[in-house]
Write a protein that binds this ligand. Structure first.
Ligand code: NAD
Length: 379
């Protein structure tokens, strides 16, 4: 089995889909790994380290991908990149099919079996393959670090000979994987932390991390979770009451970090321009949902802006700001997935179409669109 690791070409993408550590593991399984030269450069993994781990280094993407059984990447390939993937190869990456359904038709037409790691079902067996969790976890941590860097004060309470400074108040909106890590990180830095979510299960998780859970309606929260563990869009009445509450709560906050997402829908708008303008000068708002439409009305993707003395951070690809760790975890997710479907005896990756994991992530197979959510996409 030949695995090709391509260099990411999208602007701002610093991550890589394999590390010297996972190359070594793939090689130990019996696979041959080819890494495009420079693929790990932005994450500080040198060609020489991949070579030492057993990979062959190829000068170009076309060269690396030639006759590969599996092509592994972080993000979906551009149309130029896709041209180098051979018919019959399996493409494994964060393919964001809901944002780009047309790409699924291209995979089918080109005979590429596409598997979207971002559709990994949230079942126990797939936890170690869950790229959304591994990347969100780092994003939640980095959001607090970014906020602290822009905040002109310290986060912990400090009692010094010159007097005491108060602890910063941090409010986290959305307590999923990113939000919970943001809570834990802000607590470690000594902030006083409160958080909100629409899912009832989040309350206990927030409290177990030592933060205060705040909400407008606990009863409505009991209906807010899908079977898959994700949030539903809330009623207009809930949203209105939530907005009124948030407007008052954030006036007293120093740092607000928003992480709220609803799968397949634009991110819910949680913080209006008026709310931001009600905050104290020097406060910092981080919108981790900025690339999904944004939780914060004034946030701009890829920008740090200041309005009325409040800084709003809308960094894109926040996990990529921790390129080495984000790559290490992503690469392990990929290895865990590939090795679970690798038949050692025949040295073949066997993607059983009836397996719950394959059913969840396979978009195309043998030239046809096979994912039930995209049946209307024509090949
Ligand atoms: P996500 O990234 O889809 O959304 C982030 C958070 O925003 C969620 O907690 C969501 O409830 C919240 N949210 C949505 N609308 C909101 C609103 N209007 N106001 C406030 N908050 C709002 O979620 P996620 O991080 O992927 O996690 C979703 C759930 O899945 C969590 O319970 C998580 O623990 C669980 N999970 C399970 C597994 C597993 O079992 N393998 C793996 C990862 C996550």
């Amino acid at each position: 089995m030949k695995i090709a690791v391509l260099k990411e070409t999208r602007s701002g993408e610093t991550r890589v889909a394999a590390t010297p550590e996972t190359v070594k593991k793939f090689t130990a399984l019996g696979a041959a790994v080819t890494v495009q030269s420079g693929a790990g450069e932005a994450a500080r993994f040198a060609d020489a380290d991949y070579s030492a781990a057993g990979a062959e280094i190829s000068p170009s993407a076309a060269d690396a991908a030639q006759s590969a059984d599996l092509v592994i990447k972080v993000l979906a390939p551009s149309s130029e990149e896709l041209r180098v993937v051979s018919r019959g190869s399996k493409l494994i990456a964060i393919l964001s099919p809901f944002n780009d359904p047309d790409s699924i038709g291209s995979y089918a037409r080109l005979g590429v079996d596409a598997m979207a790691m971002d559709l990994m079902p949230r079942i126990t067996r797939a936890q170690s393959m869950d790229v959304l969790s591994s990347q969100s976890n780092l994003a939640g941590y980095k959001a607090v670090i970014d906020a602290a860097a822009y905040y002109g004060r310290a986060l912990p309470m400090m009692m010094t000979a010159a007097g005491t400074i108060a602890a910063a108040k941090v409010f986290i909106m959305g307590a999923g994987v990113a939000g919970l890590q943001a809570i834990a990180t802000a607590r470690r830095l000594g902030a006083v932390v409160s958080a909100t979510d629409v899912r009832f299960a989040a309350k206990e998780q927030v409290e177990s991390l030592g933060a205060t859970f705040v909400t407008v309606d606990e009863e409505a929260m009991k209906e807010a979770e899908t079977e898959g563990g994700y949030a539903k869009e809330m009623s207009e009445d809930f949203q209105k009451r939530q907005a009124e509450f948030v407007a008052e709560h954030i006036k007293k906050q120093d740092i607000v970090i928003t992480t709220a997402l609803i799968p397949g829908r634009p991110a819910p708008r949680l913080v209006s321009a008026d709310m931001v303008h009600g905050m104290k000068a020097g406060s910092v708002v981080v919108d981790l949902a900025v690339e999904a439409g944004g939780n914060v009305e004034l946030s701009r993707a890829g920008e740090a802006i200041e309005t009325g003395g409040v800084t709003i951070l809308g960094f894109k690809n926040v996990p990529g700001r921790l390129a080495a760790d984000a790559s290490s975890l992503y690469a392990r997710n990929i290895y865990n997935f590939v090795s679970a479907f690798y038949d050692k005896e025949t040295n073949v990756f066997v993607a059983d179409p009836e397996d719950a994991i394959i059913k969840g992530i396979a978009l195309t197979r043998d030239g046809a669109v096979v994912h039930p959510a995209f049946e209307e996409v024509k090949a």
